[in-house]
Design a protein around this ligand. Structure first.
Ligand code: PBG
Ligand code: ZN
Length: 322
């Protein structure tokens, strides 16, 4: 046979396949989301997120030690407060749930990297990500609160704050507020392209953060758009973001690739709750082999993500050890 190019030559054995492998995944690239609740002695599986738990502050230590033993060095914290009001005041309470969780982790290990989600939806009585007036989330008024929340997380010891509210100019507002208060070394991970997505369903159950009326379409992005995501990215970079994010990840690999190509920034992909649940259920019910999870994470990396926030972080860390 007269075949000049035989790509299969480089697929012949595991050794040569490893030699030509283009994409890899390291445990250092994984960020584990943790849900912290009020109360004591609570480690309760989240019904909408199998194998993920609600932790009370006193139960954090065991979990951080487990993460460390797996080689995971970073978490993103979500708080579930017991008190909600119109302006989400428990979100910036210095004794709030996230603030106490951050302090606790820093007591356990000051080098463990703590990222905090900065938003209002778990804390507002109406479940929207900002101040609601006449059915509309007020941008500029919300910014004051978002900055206050971010500052309170920095004061508690957070290494990085991650605003997920999608208000205009939030990154600049937070940067200015942190700098004015001498937290110039606290970094900002912006949820740059956060789409209004049904993939957040299991999270909203886990965090009791679904809006009681309406939806988030007047602030989160319309999934028909990609050029708009680039405009968001350029704004965030100009305003001082240290890292940018695409969320969700799997149905948005094109956005990840676009950011990789057009923005010279560390890029985070959030493999969200609905994506996790789809795979988890498919694997647990035997419809697909467990390998599909690793394959999917590699797809996110191949698209261009540097870091992945995923509920599979612990599973992947175990896998990568083998
Ligand atoms: C809060 C927030 C949400 C998620 C992260 N931060 C939900 C939402 O915007 O409704 C989703 C995470 C996930 O689905 O895993 N603003
Ligand atoms: Zn929110």
């Amino acid at each position: 046979m007269d075949i000049m190019q035989r790509p299969r030559r480089l697929r012949k054995t595991q050794i040569i396949r490893d030699m030509v492998r283009e994409t890899s995944l390291s445990v250092k690239e994984l960020i584990y989301p943790m849900f912290i609740v009020e109360g004591e002695n609570i480690k309760k599986e989240i019904s909408s997120l199998k194998d993920c738990y609600h932790y009370s502050v006193d139960k954090i230590e065991d979990e951080i030690n487990e993460l460390k033993s797996l080689g995971i060095c970073a978490v993103i914290l979500f708080g579930i407060p017991s008190y909600k009001d119109e302006c989400g005041s428990s979100a910036y309470d210095e004794n709030g749930i996230v603030q106490r969780a951050v302090k606790k982790i820093k007591e356990i290990d000051e080098n463990f990297y703590v990222i905090t989600d900065v938003c209002m939806c778990q804390y507002t009585s109406h479940g929207h990500c900002g101040i609601l007036k006449e059915g509309y989330v007020q941008n500029d008024e919300t910014l004051e609160y978002i900055a206050k929340i971010a500052l309170s997380h920095a004061k508690a010891g957070a290494d990085m704050v991650a605003p997920s509210d999608m208000m205009d100019a939030r990154v600049g507002k937070i940067r200015k507020c942190l700098d004015e208060n001498n937290y110039e070394n606290v970094a900002i991970l912006s949820y740059t392209a956060k789409y209004a997505s049904s993939y957040y369903g299991p999270f909203r159950q886990a965090a009791s953060s679904a809006p009681s009326s309406g939806d988030r379409k007047s602030y989160q992005m319309d999934y028909h758009n990609s050029k708009e995501a680039l405009r968001e990215a350029y704004l965030d970079i100009k305003e001082g973001a240290d890292m940018i994010m695409v969320k969700p990840a799997l149905a948005y690999l094109d956005i990840i690739r676009m950011f990789k190509e057009k923005c010279d920034m560390p890029l985070v992909a959030y493999n969200v709750s609905g994506e996790y649940s789809m795979l988890k259920n498919a694997v647990d019910s035997g419809i697909m082999k467990e390998d599909v999870i690793y394959e999917t994470m590699i797809a996110i990396k191949r698209a261009g993500a540097d870091l992945i926030i995923t509920y599979f972080a612990k599973y992947l860390a175990e896998l990568l050890k083998k």
